[in-house]
Design a protein around this ligand. Structure first.
Ligand code: HEM
Length: 404
């Protein structure tokens, strides 16, 4: 295998005019140097893993951890490093390792089981139908991001948490501020503090009036001494953070991808039962959380024929894995007939996304209902005028003007 000679810096740019495709360099790395060194923003370096098989092996290896407090952890910006450092040593499930991580997953998991998520489906269908009714009754064109993509995950996660309906509007607004996108470290921390203040209120409310939601369950663990109060608040904040922008971007950018591939949208319009296949294929094709899986090696290990030393940072390029020609016959083609289930859009291994069943259910409901009820849906602006998120954010559109 011939190593590439060009030095690699990470993150890399997507090709002009192709904001839904991963950087073209990923294909070159898969072919020539699937485990390669890259320089990060602060001059440190990390390993990039670009093939699906190598990423699966790595994310299943217990010698590889997520420990964000380790000096070798590959931070992608000063902002994310600052926000994590400000958490006073408290960690989200996404930044914990076993056994702490196993215990935390056990606390969260029952609220994301298939049976529990299935029970939320009728209410989600009603919610989505109501939002589409409002679209149909309102002016055109309309921006689908505030009209549909944001309210769905924000409302659904509110149900999971046990948010009383009268708190929904302020919760929605605080959640949206968390993802304002134009943040300095100071404004990002202020938005986080504001969001946490709302959660403190919710925790106090559910301490007085428990229900069967996740916040009440976690309060029970604090009473048993299994979870500290600061950790309780952090877990909920980061759970919402992990699930909100990802799902918003998948809804809006998934709709855009379908509008750009009318023959695929037509399959969905003709058979809304194809929503499950469409969801899996769009998750694969878009891989909106492409920056999520970052790790540190705790021992020397070999992956793809390359030795990674203890203490070195690793970045798993899941959007590259999801376009790996060794796994998919036509990786760069959006095709809902492609059996896309073997994708890594939710990660892999012990850190597999906690909320994947919930996200899948929301996406299936939205794509199915939207293309069934609005078969004439189309972009209201040229594709080039649709704004996409910045390079380090969850990947996807920031607004989506549509008409029908
Ligand atoms: C389409 C939407 C979503 C996508 C694409 C997505 C993607 C991901 C990915 C790639 C990871 C793995 C990170 C890693 O390996 O380091 C992850 C972890 C996680 N996600 Fe999601 N996610 C989505 C929705 C959600 C939802 C709805 C929730 C909860 C309400 C959620 C909560 C979490 C949590 C808590 C983790 C950390 C898991 C752990 O480390 O044990 N996500 N997600």
């Amino acid at each position: 295998m011939t190593p590439t000679t060009r030095p690699t810096t990470y993150p890399m740019s997507r090709a002009p005019g192709c904001p839904m495709d991963p950087p073209p360099r990923y294909a070159e790395l898969r072919a020539k140097e699937p485990v390669s060194r890259a320089t990060l923003w602060d001059g440190t370096s990390a390993w990039l893993i670009s093939r699906q098989d190598d990423i699966r092996a790595l994310l299943s290896d217990s010698r590889v951890v997520v420990d964000a407090l380790s000096p070798g952890f590959p931070w992608l910006s000063e902002l994310s490093k600052a926000v994590c450092s400000a958490a006073d040593g408290q960690r989200s499930p996404g930044r914990m390792d076993p056994p702490e991580h196993t215990e935390m997953r056990r606390m969260l998991a029952p609220h994301f089981l298939v049976k529990r998520v299935r029970a939320l489906r009728p209410a989600t269908e009603e919610l989505v139908d109501g939002l589409i009714d409002q679209l149909l009754a309102g002016p055109r064109p309309v921006d689908l991001v505030p009209a549909l993509a944001k309210p769905v995950p924000s409302t659904v996660v509110g149900w999971v948490l046990g948010l009383p309906p009268d708190r929904r509007a302020s919760f929605d607004a605080a959640t949206a501020r968390l993802f304002d996108g134009n943040g300095t470290p100071e404004t990002a921390l202020a938005a986080r503090n504001d969001f946490v203040a709302q959660l403190v209120d919710l925790v106090e409310f559910r301490s007085r009036e428990p229900d069967d939601g996740l916040v009440s369950r976690l309060i029970g663990f604090t009473a048993e001494g299994r979870l500290s109060r600061p950790s309780l608040l952090l877990q909920i904040t980061l759970l919402v953070a992990a699930g909100y922008d990802t799902t918003v971007k998948m809804i809006s950018t998934g709709v855009l991808a379908l509008l750009c591939h009318p023959e695929q949208a037509a399959l969905l319009t003709a058979g809304p039962e194809r929503a499950e296949d469409a969801t899996e294929e769009l998750l694969r094709y878009l891989t909106v959380a492409e920056f999520a899986p970052k790790r540190v090696a705790t021992a020397d290990l070999e992956i793809g024929g390359q030795v990674i030393k203890a203490g070195e940072g690793i970045i798993c390029l899941i959007s590259s894995a999801n376009r790996d020609e060794a796994v998919y016959e036509h990786p760069d083609v959006l095709n809902i007939d492609q059996a896309a289930r073997k994708h890594l859009a939710f990660g892999f291994g012990v850190d597999l996304c906690v909320g994947h069943t919930l996200a899948r259910m929301e996406l299936e409901v939205v794509y199915g209902a939207l293309f069934r009820r609005l078969p004439g849906l189309r972009l209201a602006v040229p594709f080039e005028d649709v704004p996409f998120s910045g390079s380090l954010d969850v990947q996807g559109v920031r607004s989506l003007p549509v008409t029908w």
